[in-house]
Design a protein around this ligand. Structure first.
Ligand SMILES: *Cc1c(COP(=O)(O)O)cnc(C)c1O
Length: 376
């Protein structure tokens, strides 16, 4: 048996005729850039998130950058974000000259530790980015009340949490604007790069619609320092099909997770925690053990391919050396970076495959010199 970390081919096989038809339709109409598919996808994804606007762009990274620009965040301004996230969360901020300010994470959900946000706020702070990491929403009530107290914007990085609920609403409209990525491996993924901004704010919608298309007010009339960052017609057509399945696929991810909880329960490893009212859509299933590297290698020999999200916290990245953080500044993220392991999870993962993974982890526990030891 071989179990890949993600398997997009299985998913394609389920929706092959629909996808092939949509691709043919786009080619026939030559609507490669812009056009009906993109407009319809924007409408449908906005409706899905229960938001007024969706602006489709080229990537989640650009979505974050455009949100910062649309909010008037500029060089030297500070934006607070978790140190344990994919680097793009911070790049969206630093690419426009603003300064990312890092905060450690909760030791069981790996989301931003809201108790540690306020001590990072200065007179230059403009916004907080809440990342719904691994598919579980951040603690939005706390983030929103801190932001309100200090008159800051809240931006959501929902690139890993399409469709997840926080309390009674889906992520995407808790902040002033949210960034989504449609990178192929995400819960809602295109067949190439793609991203989107969700907002209820007409000004932000309008501004980003200009920014993504050469800063133009109308054809050949340019009023913003824009760029070219559009979602193409083929990607939009594919995303429209996949959006119809998103809830079903998220439910299947939850079923895979439930089966993992059940089968890995007796083992000495830490399983991911979820908090009440923070619906987890399991973009990733992250376990923790102090024999991480050994387990990773062992599973690889068994043709089970895992990931690490993320092996290097942002303050250790060379590109952020200039921010002058040091070892010990983020103890929870620093420790977990050496212990976390992401097991394969996707809607199409079969029960037999999960059993195969469970058995391999069992064997590892038996054969490794000392047993798997957990923190708790
Ligand atoms: C994927 C991702 C991004 C960036 O999205 P791209 O579409 O790859 O640019 C940003 N933040 C998080 C948390 C992500 O997982």
């Amino acid at each position: 048996m071989q179990i890949n970390f993600v398997d997009l081919n299985k998913q394609y096989n389920h929706i092959k005729s629909e996808v092939d038809g949509a691709i043919q339709r786009v080619i026939k109409n030559s609507s490669f850039i812009g056009g009906e598919e993109v407009c319809s996808f924007e409408e449908e994804f906005a409706r899905y998130c229960d938001a007024r606007y969706c602006v489709a762009v080229n990537s989640g990274t650009d979505a974050l950058k455009f949100i910062c620009l649309a909010l008037g965040i500029k060089e030297g301004d500070e934006v607070i974000l978790p140190v344990n996230t994919f680097i793009a969360t911070a790049l969206g901020v630093s690419s426009i000259g603003a300064i990312p300010v890092f905060v450690d994470c909760e030791n069981d959900t790996y989301n931003i530790d809201t108790e540690k946000i306020e001590e990072k706020i200065t007179s230059r702070t403009k916004a907080i980015i809440a990342v719904h990491l691994y598919g579980q929403p951040a603690e939005m009530d706390s983030v929103l009340s801190i932001a309100q107290r200090h008159r800051l914007y809240v931006i959501e990085d929902a690139c890993q949490a399409h469709g997840a609920f926080y309390k009674t609403r889906r992520v995407g409209t808790f902040g002033i604007a949210s960034a989504f990525s449609f990178y192929p491996g995400k819960n809602l993924g295109a067949y190439g790069d793609g991203g989107g901004v969700i907002t209820n704010n007409a000004g932000i919608d309008e501004k980003i619609k200009k920014l993504r298309e050469y800063g133009q007010e109308e054809k050949y009339v340019h009023t913003e320092m824009g760029t070219n960052s559009r979602l193409d017609g083929l990607q939009a057509a594919i995303l429209r099909i996949k959006l119809k399945y998103l809830d079903e696929w998220n439910d299947k991810r939850k079923k895979v997770a439930a089966f993992y909880y059940e089968s890995l329960n007796g083992l000495q490893i830490n399983l991911p925690e979820t908090r009440p009212e923070r619906d987890h859509v399991y973009h990733l299933f992250v376990i923790e053990t102090d024999k991480r590297n050994e387990l990773l290698q062992y599973l690889k020999q068994k043709n089970i391919f895992c990931g690490i999200h993320y092996p290097i916290p942002l303050h250790y990245q060379g590109v952020y050396r200039g921010l002058a953080y040091k070892s010990g500044d983020f103890p929870v993220s620093e420790l977990s970076a050496s212990r976390i392991l992401s097991l394969p999870i996707y809607p199409e993962l079969e029960k037999e495959e999960i059993i195969y993974i469970k058995n391999a982890i069992d064997e590892f526990a038996l054969t490794s010199v000392s047993p798997l030891v957990s923190i708790n």
